[in-house]
Design a protein around this ligand. Structure first.
Ligand code: PEP
Length: 270
């Protein structure tokens, strides 16, 4: 049974001090109703240590477990928003997945549209990052999605298919056959990210069902059924319930609304 995942993408927001303040508020509220839900925070690399310390301190105060983060009352998992596919060497300015793992990361986010457009990351480059994440023992969340021009040109399914297939290298396929829960897709229409223009539940569900069929064709039904497919793009408490009830939607990747502990809790509780 695939989990329903609530993932926060903080992008380049929150200093270590702000990170600690956030988790104090968020975890105090999470001690109750949301404790059993699968929650992951993709925090900026320079605030990662602060996030570890804050979630551990809050979890201890609340009697929750942090490691392994699988019990009924476990603290949120943490992830990094990007890292290089090489683990060390002459790569000035890059971050290492193996170091992230050592510091306590459970997940790596790969291929966010801002990485693809602002930092020119290609499908081939991202495929290497998916492989590297698995090689370092991280779970991988791969973002895919079409631009407005691509949607208007009727190319949505072709775009998400191409982006997904590029990541399904033989190494990745072998990994997924063994551990499908360590991978998630996040369908994020680029025109809905940070714009307030959310996809309708029907628009999102149509793509999610297409992706499930694609995974089934490529990986077999047993593996495909275990892979969560999240929706991202202007998710808020007001639209989370309708989206979350649609067939094929297995969670949310949330940007703006995840920066506020109450707003993110409201999405998790919706
Ligand atoms: C995102 O950054 O992945 C995202 C979906 O942002 P927002 O929720 O702000 O649209």
């Amino acid at each position: 049974m695939r989990p329903f995942i609530y993932a926060a993408n903080w992008k380049l927001n929150k200093s270590p001090r702000e990170t600690k303040a956030f988790f104090q508020d968020f975890m105090a509220a999470a001690g109750g109703a949301n404790a059993k839900k699968s929650v992951v925070f993709f925090v900026p690399a320079l605030s990662f240590q602060a996030a570890c310390e804050a979630t551990e301190a809050a979890a201890a105060a609340l009697g929750m477990s942090t490691a392994p983060k699988v019990s009924a009352r476990s603290a949120p998992a943490l992830g990094i928003q990007n890292a290089y596919f090489e683990t060390q060497g002459a790569f000035t300015g890059e971050n290492s997945m193996s170091v992230a793992k050592e510091m306590g990361a459970a997940w790596v986010l790969v291929g966010h549209s801002e990485r693809r457009t602002i930092f020119n990351e290609t499908d081939a480059n991202l495929a290497k990052k998916v492989e590297a994440g698995f090689a370092q023992g991280l779970k991988v969340m791969l973002c895919i999605g079409e631009t407005l021009n691509e949607r208007e040109a009727g190319q949505t399914m072709k775009v998400v298919e191409t982006q997904s297939l590029a990541a399904l290298t033989p190494t990745v396929r072998a990994k997924l056959a063994q551990a499908p829960h360590e991978f998630a897709l996040a369908y994020e229409p680029v025109w809905a990210i940070g714009t307030g223009k959310v996809a309708t539940p029907e628009q999102a569900s149509e793509v999610h069902q297409f992706l499930r069929a694609l995974l089934t064709k490529e990986l077999g039904a047993q593996t495909a059924e275990e892979i969560s497919i999240l929706y991202g793009g202007s998710v808020k408490a007001e639209n989370a319930k309708a989206l979350g009830q649609m067939p094929g939607i297995d969670g949310f990747l949330v940007g703006g609304a995840s920066l506020d502990p109450k707003a993110f809790q409201a999405i998790i509780s919706a």
